[in-house]
Write a protein that binds this ligand. Structure first.
Ligand SMILES: C[S@@+](CC[C@H](N)C(=O)[O-])C[C@H]1O[C@@H](n2cnc3c(N)ncnc32)[C@H](O)[C@@H]1O
Ligand code: SF4
Length: 389
């Protein structure tokens, strides 16, 4: 993986879904009336123009349509957003342009339209290859339908990925290993494998609190994680991030922008961004931006002010350094300790590193990078907290 020195990503959030999955706490909303896509397209273009005026002269290396369910957007809306980006920034000829899609047959019929609009990578939310598990997750598609959508994605795009959720209720390691092998037979160069998280204030949280949803205990979750790593590595898709697997060279470049702490614009309702205003090594500052989450309120703000920002904070040196650790240590490549020292104004605590190394939780590569070791990944949060303290 070659680190791009000045990667710049644009994230576009589409905040609508056909129904709300009971485990999901993403900024997604269900609307029964038709969405006025032309109005959203104008607002996206408006917010892109305002953001580009603050962060001019960038070359866009990646664009990511996330959600919600961006595969509910008309290809013409995607095209209009891509045109707006290209009017305000230079887009690299090899830019990675990803769209997140739900794998229903209706959505798959739009894939070729997205390809013509400029999308060159799709990421499908398959979630499980088992119909009972899909029903439990509240999904609107069957395993067959999902695999059919994967086949359409394979024929329409140069690159595709899909997501699965594991550590689901009653899931056992052997069963998951078999499901994962079936998934790998359908996978291209990339897979995202997320351990089920019971998010607060979701229907799953209520079911869990009342004992109606039983998720694997810590030991089983650990065995599920271990089998995930083994099966994927044996298949040539090792983890390059705690939940993401790819053939070397096929990593999602957009997500690497976040994890390597590069710059990205967050456009749309509830989108987050990080913009470097001025030169960070001179007198510039890194801004953490966030927009209004409610779609209609976001629209009104953009129509009135040209942007939907509700937060625009300058990160302090130690906030930047903490974020660098939190993001960078998720990656198998780890971090460059010199970059940490430059951000923080002092190096990482050697005694702490030595203690973590002794417990086998971190290691230093031949090139001097610090990375979390295989046994360290399941306790990543504790490792980061220890180093950041
Ligand atoms: C923005 S979401 C969804 C994209 C798309 N709407 C879909 O559902 O297929 C991206 C991914 O996060 C994962 N995800 C969402 N909520 C999760 C949870 N509570 N635990 C684990 N993974 C989750 C799912 O795998 C999902 O595909
Ligand atoms: S998981 Fe995807 S489809 Fe389900 S509510 Fe969340 S964003 Fe929407």
């Amino acid at each position: 993986m070659n680190d791009e020195p000045a990667a710049f990503g644009v994230y576009i959030h589409w905040p609508f879904c056909l129904s709300k999955c009971p485990y999901c706490d993403f900024n997604s909303h269900v609307r029964h009336a038709a969405i006025d896509e032309a109005r959203f397209a104008r607002a996206f273009a408006n917010e892109i123009a305002t953001t580009a005026a603050r962060a001019p002269g960038r070359t866009v290396s990646t664009i990511f349509f996330g959600g919600g369910t961006p595969s509910l957007m008309q290809p013409a809306t995607i095209g209009a957003v891509l045109d707006a980006i290209a009017r305000h920034w230079r887009v690299a000829p090899d830019a990675e342009i990803t769209l997140e899609a739900n794998p229903t047959s209706v959505e798959a019929t739009r894939f070729r339209g997205y390809r013509s609009a400029g999308v060159n990578r799709v990421s499908l939310g398959v979630q499980a290859l088992d119909d009972r598990a899909l029903a439990e997750l509240g999904r609107l598609h069957s395993a067959r339908e999902a695999l059919d959508a994967v086949a359409v994605a394979r024929s329409a795009f140069e690159r595709y990925s899909f997501d699965l959720i594991y550590a689901r209720p009653q899931q056992m390691p052997q069963q998951w290993g078999d499901e994962l092998k079936r998934a790998l037979a359908e996978a291209g160069e990339h897979l995202s494998l997320y351990q089920l998280t019971v998010e607060p204030d979701t229907p799953f949280a209520t079911l869990h609190a009342t004992g109606k949803l039983k998720i694997p205990n810590d030991d089983t979750a650990r065995a599920l994680y271990d089998i995930t790593q083994e099966v994927c590595a044996a298949h040539g898709l090792p983890a390059y991030e705690i939940s993401n697997h790819a053939r070397p060279g096929a990593e999602c470049r957009h997500n690497l922008v976040y994890w390597r702490m590069h710059e990205y614009a967050g456009i749309g309702p509830g989108a987050h961004g990080r913009l470097n205003i001025g030169r960070l090594d001179i007198d510039g500052s890194r801004h953490a931006t966030a927009t209004e989450k409610r779609p209609e309120a976001w629209l009104q703000r953009v129509e009135r002010y040209g942007h939907g920002l509700i937060a625009d904070e300058i990160l302090t040196q130690s906030e930047m350094a903490d974020e660098f650790l939190l993001m960078g240590l998720r990656l198998a490549e780890g971090i460059d300790p010199a970059r940490y020292a430059a951000l923080m104004g002092r190096p990482l605590d050697e005694a702490r590193i030595a203690a973590l190394r002794e417990h086998g939780l971190v290691e230093t590569t031949a090139e001097g990078r610090l990375r979390v070791s295989m046994p360290g990944f399941p306790v990543l949060d504790a490792v980061v907290a220890d180093l950041a303290a």
